[in-house]
Design a protein around this ligand. Structure first.
Ligand code: SF4
Length: 311
């Protein structure tokens, strides 16, 4: 593992969450990085920690303030779980992020990967992590096309025990993100190339075998921007605000402003956006757009409010 660790020390990207091993900071970064690209996370990470600098600050915050800081990052259950877990850390663990597996995994939103990441990166304890990057690197090195999860975790466990845990785990993830990439691995730059079965067989891009993805489901919706001097007509759903969404076009009297598209897991949402006055609707209120937390889909819809009409 020395070649891998040396490679990481020389080549890792200088990311803001790599400037500290503070357990709360490591935890926040790992939650944000779940299902989200590094470049999308960067600005959110700094802003979030400026707003909630400690686990106590996060625990004391209102849910809508936390969602507002998360607004646009997606997968909002992550933010709700993070806040709920922070409250448990303050109430049950004296505001210290636990350094043992059983206590960590009992917190909302923390699974095996997250517990391993916090324990190894923040506390330098030899717990494995298996994310998509580690899965790809381990599979290629061993030449496994379809390895079982159990085997991957066992192998990652043996790897993390072979060096400094925080360096080895971050190195495996970084190698997968920057060198051992899905389609064009740069084997010439790889510290593991000598022992890599996939490279020897020239089978890098066939290993691991692609997983079957669920078919994409298209969803057609029609959003209405109904604005007066008191703001937009919007409705709150679990802390986030959205415009009225119809399953059919709103009909005469509405001006078509444009179209936007959004991908959520295996759904492709196609939204036509209109301006017009809706009849009174239960559960809706007039709000100022900039005052409420919204999803990135709602932000895309709002961007069309200023668009020239195509009617
Ligand atoms: S040698 Fe190539 S395929 Fe093997 S781990 Fe390194 S980058 Fe990946």
């Amino acid at each position: 593992m020395r070649a891998l660790s040396d490679w990481f020390r020389r080549n890792h990207r200088p990311l803001p969450w790599r400037e500290t091993y503070d357990p709360y900071h490591v935890w926040v970064s790992e939650v944000m990085l779940q299902q989200t690209q590094v470049d999308s996370v960067r600005p959110y990470y700094d802003r979030f920690l400026a707003r909630f600098p400690t686990v106590e600050a996060l625990a004391a915050a209102r849910e809508d303030a936390v969602l507002a800081a998360w607004s646009g990052l997606g997968y909002y259950s992550r933010a709700r779980n993070l806040r709920n877990a922070a409250r448990r850390v303050v109430a049950d663990h004296d505001a210290r992020v636990p350094d043992d597996y059983d206590r960590l995994i009992a917190l909302p939103g923390i699974g095996r990967y997250m517990a391993g990441a916090i324990l190894s990166i923040a506390y330098n304890r030899p717990f494995p992590v298996v994310d998509g990057n580690v899965r790809r690197v381990v599979s290629r090195v061993h030449g496994w096309a379809r390895p079982e999860e159990r085997l991957l975790w066992e192998t990652a466990g043996a790897i993390v025990n072979g060096g400094e845990p925080r360096t080895v785990n971050q190195a495996m993830m970084e190698l997968g993100a920057t060198v051992c990439t899905p389609n064009a691995p740069r084997c010439g730059d790889c510290p593991l190339r000598r022992g890599c079965a996939a490279r020897k067989a020239g089978a890098q891009t066939e290993i691991p075998a692609p997983r079957k993805r669920p078919a994409t489901v298209r969803v057609d919706l029609h959003a209405v921007l109904d604005r007066n001097r008191n703001g937009f007509l919007m409705q709150e759903d679990r802390g986030l605000w959205e415009f009225p969404m119809l399953t059919e076009p709103p009909g005469d009297g509405f001006i078509h402003l444009g179209h936007c598209r959004h991908a959520i897991t295996h759904h492709r949402v196609e939204v036509d956006v209109y301006r017009g006055k809706l009849p009174r609707r239960r559960g809706y209120r007039r709000v100022r757009f900039d005052d409420v937390p919204v999803t990135s889909l709602t932000r895309k819809i709002h961007a069309l409010a200023a668009a020239p009409t195509d009617a």
